[in-house]
Every structure is written in structure tokens, then in C-alpha cells.
Ligand binder design. Sequence first.
Ligand SMILES: *Cc1c(COP(=O)(O)O)cnc(C)c1O
Length: 425
Amino acid sequence: MDKHLETLCVQAGYSPKNGEPRILPIYQSTTFKYESSEEMGQLFDLEASGYFYTRLQNPTNDAVAARIAALEGGVAAMLTSSGQAANFFAVFNICQAGDHFISASAIYGGTLNLFSTTMKKMGIEVTFISPDCTEEELNAAFRENTKCVFGETLSNPSLAVLDIEKFAKAAHSHGVPLIVDNTFPTPINLRPFEFGADIVTHSTTKYMDGHASAVGGAIIDSGNFDWSAHAEKFACLTEPDESYHGIRYAEKFGKAAYITKATSQMMRDLGSIQSPQNAFLLNLGLETLALRMAQHCKNAQKIAEWLESNDKIAWVNYPGLPGNKYHALAQKYMPSGTCGVISFGVKSGRDGAMAFMDHLQLAAIVTHVADARTCVLHPASTTHRQLTDEQLAAAGVPGDMIRLSVGIENADDLIADLEQALAHA
Ligand SMILES: *Cc1c(COP(=O)(O)O)cnc(C)c1O
């Protein structure tokens, strides 16, 4: 990396030339004008690069994607309308009916539903495996038709830390890429490509936007996975695409093949583009990402320690606590901090949790995390309510769990709020 993350947050992706706007403009235009049909035709054939329709590409979105690619240390990136769309495209770009993939079981509820229900209907089968599995168990999950491995670097909401090197090694020894959702740590705290992940996804809705203002997602490719070396598995990238006059993505676009296919084929046909207006808001969020992550982590550490010492609290889960199951992995992969999310249970159980949450004044009850403002949620009755008890256990979401997303307020004010609300628990 030639520049530090703080610099990339404000400078990467957009460099205005003489007399151009200092701030990334919003290209609020569905379409782009050309002098000749011939020029336009070249764009449709992917023979020339340029903008023609915002469903495929837009200059505002591309600048923001380039900033995120720089932060992650990838070669190419694209924005999507949501984190859900990012994870769906990331897998569906290389999996089709009849294929199989492996996913860590400790993942976001929406992603779990997407994989286990909706993609199953599309003929794509998933095997869930505990992130704490042994190498033998992981290797045993692979099949002839396995096309990728998926996991969350720091899972929402169970805060399991993925052993990226273990998962990458298994994926690579079976000739498939490792895709990781890096939403919670963000590239400020963890850059998964440095540990062998091949593709990174984000719900930019969370810390990247950081202000709870715009839903969005991103996919970033390291450019490291060699599709041609496993050509029979990844015919979708190595064989001709008849919908583009027989283009072979891997041959024509090299390291940019995966993102080019996702943009020109997935986005063309499925159309989950991020609006340029939302990309602009995301970009503003990215400018302060490094500052905010440091404050989120500092506050969360202080609050996790305070909760742990409080006699009304049954348990606290935060990887920054020395007694945490994932402390050692967190130290290895996220030495400067994990994220602002803590989960805990109150001794008075589910009813006590509800009473406590209802009495909070600063921390708001919202279906959100990773906001500048502190918020709380009861996952078992909200984000994870579609899951069976068995799935809840596999996802690491007990019924009494409260998810606290610590914001960037002053930690002492937040502790005072928690303390007065706990009196009601
Ligand atoms: C929120 C979230 C998603 C889904 O993102 P949306 O932007 O809400 O669609 C995916 N993965 C993780 C880890 C998340 O926290």
C-alpha cells in the first residue's frame, strides 16, 4: 500500500483536474450522450469502456467504488443497491443451478435466508459450517461442484472472528475462491486480502456510510484468484459469453474479469444499482471512516468492560475482552480494534431485556447497527425472527441476546444511560 488508510479515505477514487469540482459530483443522469451509433455500439459489446446507462455504470458510483477498492487493496470494485445484493451477486456471479458452496454458519440473518431459502430455489445448494470447525471438517464439506467458500470476517450479531487463513487455505486447496463479508471491521480494522481472501463484500449501509442515511453494498476483487487455472470449474468466466458476442471474461479482462462480469452481466440483468445520490452520501461517510472506527472501538471497549463488571449482566460478548472466545483471533486479524458492536444478556432474561431497552434514553431501538448514534436491538425477535431455534443456535443468537451498537458519543454519557435503564431490568 503506498498511502495510509486515513489518506485514502479522503483522497482515493476522485482526483479533479484543473477547474473541475473539488467535491465528487453527483452524476444524476440515467444516460450518456455519444456522437455516433458506432461508438455506442462498441460500449455495448464491451469493446470500449465508457458510460452509457446508469444501470451498468455511473461516474459517481465508479469513483466511490474505486475509493473502497483502494481501502481494501483490491484491483476492482462495484457498488450495489444493498449489502444483500452484494452478497447475492458475489456468489451468483460464479454459481449456477446445480452448483454448491460452503458458508460459515455464523452470518447475518438476511444472508442466511438468502443462502438457505432463496438461492436454494434457484438450484444452488449451500452447506453451513461452524467458523470454529477443524481443517478436517472444513475439507470434508467440499464436493465436486463446490464453487466458493463464504464467511463474515466478524459476524453480525454473534461477533465470531473468522480464521481467514484457515478458510482461504481450504478454499484454495480445492481450487475455489474465498469470499468474505467485511462489513463489521471495515478495511480500517481488517484488510482480508492480506490474509488470503479473494473477494470482499460490504453492506455499506453500516460503518462505511456510518450515518444511517443510505442503504448500499459493495463487492471488491483482489484480482488474485486465477480463474483460468480452474477453467473447468469457472466456465462462466473462461468460456464465451454468448450474450456479449462470445467474450471470454478471464482472457479479455484479466484481473478485472470477475468485477467486469458482475457489472456487465449481473447488473445488466438483475439491476440492483446503487443510486448516484446514495453513492455521494456513502462517499461523505467514507471520508471520516478511520476517525469514526477508532472512536467506536474505544467506546465499545470501555462499555464492554463496564458491562462485564455489572452484577445485573449475565454475559458479555465482545472480542476486545481478554476472556472472549475470539480474543486471540481478534488480536491477530484486528489488532487495532474490532467494531462498535457488543452483545450481552441481562440476568432477568428476555423480559428484563425488553424493560431495559424501553428505558434507554440515548440509545435508540432501531433495526440498525454501526451508526454514529448508539442503538440497540433484540435480534431473536427482529432480524433473526425467521430462523428456527436450531438456526438461531448455529448463528450464535440466543433468545436473551441484546445487540448494542456503540456510537461515537462520549462513553461516559452512554454508560450513565445504560446504568439508569438497567435499574428497570
Ligand atoms: C446488514 C448486513 C448485510 C445486509 O446489508 P443491507 O445493506 O442491509 O442489505 C449483510 N452482511 C452484514 C454483515 C450485515 O451487517
